[in-house]
Design a protein around this ligand. Structure first.
Ligand code: FES
Ligand SMILES: [Fe+2]
Length: 380
C-alpha cells in the first residue's frame, strides 16, 4: 500500500462532531468536524501513552484523548495537557500527525502523506458533478479484495464481455476480439476508449437509451485507487460515467465509493433502475475479483501470461513501480514484524517542517530502486 495519495475516508454525512475512527492503509485515524463544520483527520494514536483518541470526544474544535484528556486540534497540535496544570507552552513533541482534508463529491478525502501541496497527486475530477444536465447517484460497497485487483479489473476492457453478459458488448461471438485501442496517459493515470457492439440493456427503462448497436466505452485509472468508466449508449452522446474512489482499509479489505453520473433519462424515478443495474454489475465484478489468486498480485507478471488487452493495467503496474521508487510504498513486512510492539503513523506534511518533534514513529517505506520503466512482460 502507498502513502502520498488522496483516499476517500468516509461519506461527508458520516463525519460529525463525534469522533469517528476509520482504518486506512491498515492504520487507525480519527475524523471529526470542528465548531465551524470543517472536517479534520488525525492519526488515532495518542502521543502520550498510546490512547485511542477516536474513543474520546470532541471538545470545542479539538478531539480529546479518553485516557488523560489531552486535547488535539485539527493541525495535530496538543492544546492542553490537563495533568500539567496551566502551563505557558505545550511541548511540541506532544503533537500528532494531522492530514490535509478535502470535502468533495459528498466524500471526505484525506491526503495520507507528507508531500507539500504543489507536489500531491490529484483527486480524480468529476467535471459534470454540478452540471444540471447530469444526474448524480452514489453507492458504497465493501469488498474482501486488494485494491490493486479492483483497479486492474476496472481498467480491463476484456472482462466486460464475459463478466457483464447482461450489459451486452460482443458476448460469445467467436469472431469478436477486443478492438485495438490507444492508451491515453495523464499525469496520474492512463485509460482507453473503445467501440463495442452492444446488444442493449435488458432493463426496459435503461434500454430506452442503451440500444443495440455501436457504443463507445472506456475506462482507466487515476492515482492509486481511483478509476473512471465512460459509456456512451448511442452516437448522440447519451450515456453515463462511473467514478470509483476506493480506500484499502487494510490489504484485503476495500471500501468502494462509487459515483454514477448520467445525462439521459434524468427523471429521478428512474434512479432505482440505474442503481439496480449498477448494483448487478458491481456484484458481477466482486464475485470474480474476490476469488483471484494470488489475492495480492505480484509486482511483475510472475505466474501470469499477459496479452495486449491487458496493456492498460500493465501501465498501472508501471506506475506502482515508479511510486515505489519515490519511496511511497509502505514496508508492510517490516511493520508486521513489530506488530503489537510498535505503533506507526503515516508521516504528515508537518513532519517536514519539524523533523524531530514526534513521539510516534513514522511508518517505514520500502526503498526498491527502479531498474526499468516497463513492467517485465510475459506477453503474448
Ligand atoms: S494516552 Fe492520551 S492522554 Fe494519555
Ligand atoms: Fe466490470
Amino acid at each position: 500500500m502507498f502513502m502520498n495519495f488522496w483516499y476517500p475516508a468516509e461519506d461527508s454525512e458520516s463525519v460529525t462532531n463525534k469522533p469517528l475512527k476509520v482504518n486506512m492503509l491498515g492504520l487507525p485515524f480519527v475524523l471529526w468536524r470542528d465548531e465551524a463544520g470543517k472536517a479534520h483527520c488525525v492519526s488515532n494514536t495518542c502521543s502520550h501513552r498510546g490512547g485511542s483518541i477516536g474513543d474520546g470526544k470532541v471538545v470545542g474544535n479539538c478531539v480529546q484523548c479518553p485516557y488523560h484528556g489531552w486535547l488535539f486540534n485539527g493541525d495535530g497540535e496538543c492544546e492542553r495537557i490537563p495533568s500539567l496544570g496551566p502551563i505557558e507552552k505545550i511541548p511540541p513533541r506532544s503533537r500528532i500527525d494531522a492530514y490535509p482534508v478535502e470535502e468533495r463529491y459528498g466524500l471526505i478525502f484525506v491526503f495520507l502523506g507528507d508531500l507539500p501541496e504543489a507536489e500531491r497527486p490529484t483527486i480524480l475530477p468529476i467535471d459534470e458533478y454540478d452540471d444540471e444536465n447530469w444526474r448524480v447517484l452514489r453507492m458504497r460497497y465493501t469488498w474482501k479484495a486488494n485494491y490493486v485487483r479492483l483497479v486492474e479489473n476496472q481498467s480491463d476492457p476484456s472482462h466486460v464481455e464475459y463478466v457483464h453478459g447482461g450489459m451486452g458488448m460482443a458476448g460469445e461471438n467467436t469472431d469478436y476480439q477486443v478492438p485495438k485501442f490507444k492508451i491515453d496517459e495523464t499525469d496520474w493515470g492512463a485509460g482507453t476508449m473503445t467501440v463495442f457492439e452492444s446488444p442493449g440493456s435488458p432493463d426496459h427503462e435503461v434500454g430506452a437509451v442503451s440500444t443495440k448497436g455501436r457504443s463507445d466505452a472506456g475506462s482507466g485509472f487515476h492515482g492509486i485507487s481511483m478509476t473512471w468508466t465512460r459509456i456512451r449508449f448511442n452516437p448522440q452522446g447519451d450515456g453515463m460515467n462511473m467514478y470509483i474512489y476506493s480506500v484499502p482499509r487494510n490489504e484485503l479489505e476495500l471500501e468502494i465509493f462509487l459515483i454514477n453520473t448520467r445525462n439521459c433519462r434524468l427523471d429521478p424515478d428512474l434512479d432505482k433502475n440505474f442503481l439496480s443495474r449498477m448494483g448487478v454489475a458491481v456484484e458481477e465484478d466482486r464475485i470474480v475479483v474476490e476469488k483471484l489468486e494470488p489475492a495480492i498480485p505480484s509486482k511483475d507478471t510472475i505466474g501470469e501470461f499477459i496479452i495486449p488487452a491487458d496493456d492498460v493495467l500493465m501501465r498501472y503496474r508501471d506506475r506502482l513501480k515508479d511510486y515505489e521508487a519515490r519511496g511511497w510504498r509502505l514496508d508492510l513486512a517490516e511493520m508486521a514484524k513489530h506488530e503489537h510492539r510498535m505503533v506507526y503513523a503515516i508521516p504528515s506534511p508537518a513532519r517536514r517542517e519539524h523533523p524531530d518533534d514526534w513521539a510516534v514513529t513514522e511508518a517505514p517505506r520500502t526503498q526498491a530502486p527502479i531498474t526499468d520503466n516497463n513492467t517485465i512482460r510475459n506477453q503474448a
